[in-house]
Ligand binder design. Structure first.
Ligand code: K7E
Ligand code: CUA
Length: 655
């Protein structure tokens, strides 16, 4: 072997070794990735017939509804109608539910739902209710988790765009919300838009929640006309306080994309709600005349009612001091989150390079030591450096929302850089970054905004789905991506489309809700005034041009199923009682030409469909829910005669 050959060997052999090594590595990595996928599949797979670990409640955004998903499977379990009519079960169409959508602006069939928030006891989600906000025509709804039904909707006066809402205090003493769009408050409503700085204000609403869930506005706090974006209650050390992010402290009324981004800092507004409640108790609030509606389901009859409220108690922070403090916070913060121990207040400054984290203790000290930096309406602006606990440096671009895992870490979404960072609460260092597809808004860890997170899963809700699922034309659902966060690294384990646009979500261990589920309503408890609790109680009664049909449904017929004597110009009310007394036997009711929807009637329940026949003829009705082998036989006829006809009312089965 000559020296040349030796030299070639010397060079080539290691190279060959390198190739082999590279080959092996790539081989290994493909083994690794397939085993990774197997792991992932195991982590989110819920076998047929098995139940998910968590109920996830995802806002439906502009659908106005709340979607229920199983976590970790991503299975869509149900959609709870809240602010929008729902043809699936006749919510908003039946006479029993129509009033839920009443407002002081008239009846509104649609809403924009952003934030679900579970009720809490001792700072921990308790599984009683979930509250949701309506962003457009300001309302807060309460959903009962025994029935997954909307039981109450309250309107917020002096509010436009109820976005910083609906967050609860540690024992659900209050659910609160804040106006996003400032506006004139009080008698003087007809003002020039450019008189913003003079006339526009903001109002925070504190809504008292009774033990049975009933809500009413206890008081409002008047503050300057900024845009209030998000909020959370304090907890533990900081309970008694609530914190709100603001933008547009420039008080611009046009082209906000430029004009509301001018100032170096906006504020986090710290509100001592406990003190405010005391002051209201001491009679220090003024009473303002307003008009707002409270809609609620009468627990006896199951029929929704509206009541009009005429006044609200106001604490004006121009006059009442010691309730609010302004914490300077860089660049139009969006998300506002409080750590599980109540000490850290994270405001995601969406236009800043860092995420500022404020300290509650430092805030209290700064108040005591009067470390102030000016005032607003006579209320102190605290020194930024005096309150700042630290910064998450270079978190990514466009930080929006943060949640906590209860194990010393926080997770923040970056809208622009399409990722989530995991960072340490003790030194604000970033320990992991995970890409998401694509622009994330909120993220959710079960209990992750409460005093006691269940830090196993994290759901990230993204704005742009693009190539994640089969295309559905120009319009796409948004995506939710589930991560396992039990290890050091965030691991993507599931990916599923969501209804409309989920903003925020909440989740709770399934056992805390599952056992309390109502499976059917007891017929003996049915106090509906038009219930027919047996076939012998069925009848048809005329009252002027109103015709009331007391009808029953049971597998597999309606009684009565032949009705005559109805005339054009009549208003017919079909009051249908489902006589079944076992789980999962709903009956449906649809009639040709009805201008509303079907009814889906649960066992033991009575629901009413209003029908105004406009044409003469024979109108079939039928059960819309495949309830039994003879479901197709579950049908009947109404004969409609001309207005002046003398066909008498008659009804029956099998005459
Ligand atoms: Cu960030 Cu309305 Cu809470 Cu959407 S909001 S993301
Ligand atoms: Cu009853 Cu189908």
């Amino acid at each position: 072997m000559n020296s040349l050959t030796k030299n070639i060997k010397r060079i080539l052999l290691p190279l060959l070794g390198l190739f082999v090594a590279v080959g092996l590595t790539s081989c290994q990595s493909s083994d690794e990735s397939s085993s990774t996928y197997k792991n992932i599949a195991e982590k989110s797979f819920v076998a047929p017939g098995e139940y998910d670990e968590y109920y996830g409640f995802l806002s439906g955004g502009y659908s106005g509804q709340l979607s229920v998903y199983g976590i970790p499977s991503g299975r869509h379990l149900y959609t709870i109608p809240v602010f929008s009519e729902e043809p699936t079960n006749g919510y908003g169409y039946s006479e029993e539910t129509k009033a839920m959508l009443n407002t002081s602006y008239g009846r509104i069939p649609w809403g924009d739902l952003h934030h679900p928030e579970l009720s809490q006891t001792d700072g921990k989600p308790d599984g009683r209710w979930v509250f949701v906000n309506e962003n457009n025509t300001p309302r807060i709804a309460r959903i009962d988790l025994k029935t997954f039904r909307t039981d109450e909707i309250i309107e917020l006066p002096n509010t436009s765009g109820n976005h910083a809402s609906p967050f609860v205090t540690a024992n659900t003493e209050y659910v609160f919300g804040h106006t996003r769009f400032a506006g004139p408050i009080g008698d003087k409503q007809d003002v020039p838009i450019d008189s913003y700085s003079e006339n526009f204000k903001g109002a925070l609403s504190f809504i008292k929640v009774e033990d049975d869930g009933a809500m009413d506005i206890d008081f409002q706090i008047l503050v300057p006309g900024y845009d209030y974006d998000l909020s959370r209650a304090g907890k533990k050390a900081s309970s008694g306080w609530a914190f709100f992010s603001t933008y547009n402290t420039e008080e611009a009324n046009t082209l906000l994309e430029i004009n509301a981004s001018k100032k170096d800092k906006d504020y986090v507004l710290a509100v001592n709600w406990e003190k405010a409640a005391e002051m209201v108790q001491q009679g220090k609030a003024e009473t303002m005349e307003v008009e707002y509606l409270r809609n609620y389901v009468d627990p006896e009859t199951g029929i929704a009612k509206s009541e009009t409220k005429k006044s609200v108690r106001i604490l004006d922070t121009k006059k009442v001091k010691g309730l609010v403090y302004y914490i300077p916070t860089p660049k139009s913060p969006h998300g506002l989150n409080v750590s599980p121990d109540g000490e850290l207040i994270v405001a995601s400054s969406k236009l800043d390079a860092n995420v500022p984290v404020h300290s509650f203790n430092k805030m209290i000290q700064a108040i005591e030591n009067e470390e102030f930096d000016g005032e607003i309406w006579g209320n102190p602006v605290l020194k930024y450096e005096s309150v700042l606990a630290g910064r998450v440096e270079n978190p990514g671009l466009g930080p929006l929302h943060t949640e906590f895992d209860g194990n010393g870490y926080a997770y923040t979404t970056n809208f622009i850089s399409s990722n989530v960072i995991k960072w340490k609460l003790d030194d604000f260092s970033v320990t992991d970054t995970a890409d998401v597809y694509y622009a994330p808004g909120h993220l959710m860890i079960p209990g992750g905004d409460s005093g006691q997170p269940w830090g196993k899963y994290m759901l990230v809700m993204n704005k742009i789905t693009k190539d994640r699922y089969l295309p559905t034309g120009p319009e796409l659902f948004h995506s939710a991506q589930l991560f396992d966060i039990s290890g050091e690294k965030m691991e993507l384990i599931n990916d599923f489309p969501t209804e409309a646009e989920p903003h925020y979500a909440q989740a709770i261990p399934a056992d805390m809700v599952k056992e309390n589920q109502v499976r059917f309503f007891k017929l003996e408890d049915n106090k509906h005034p038009y219930a027919a609790k047996s076939e012998s109680a069925t009848k048809v009664e005329r009252d002027g041009s109103d015709v009331h049909v007391y009808m029953t449904a049971i597998r597999s017929h309606f009684a009565p199923d032949n009705i005559e004597g109805v005339k054009t110009g009549d208003t017919v009310y079909f009051h249908i009682t489902n006589l079944e007394q076992s789980w999962d036997v709903p009956h449906g009711f649809g009639i040709k030409g009805a201008n509303n929807a079907e009814l889906l009637i649960m066992p033991g329940e009575t629901l009413t469909l209003k029908w105004q026949p406009k044409k003469v003829g024979i109108f079939p009705f039928y059960c819309t829910d495949f309830c039994s082998a003879l479901h197709q036989e579950m049908q009947g006829y109404v004969r409609v005669s001309p207005q002046g006809s003398d066909v008498p009312i008659s009804f029956g089965t099998g005459t």
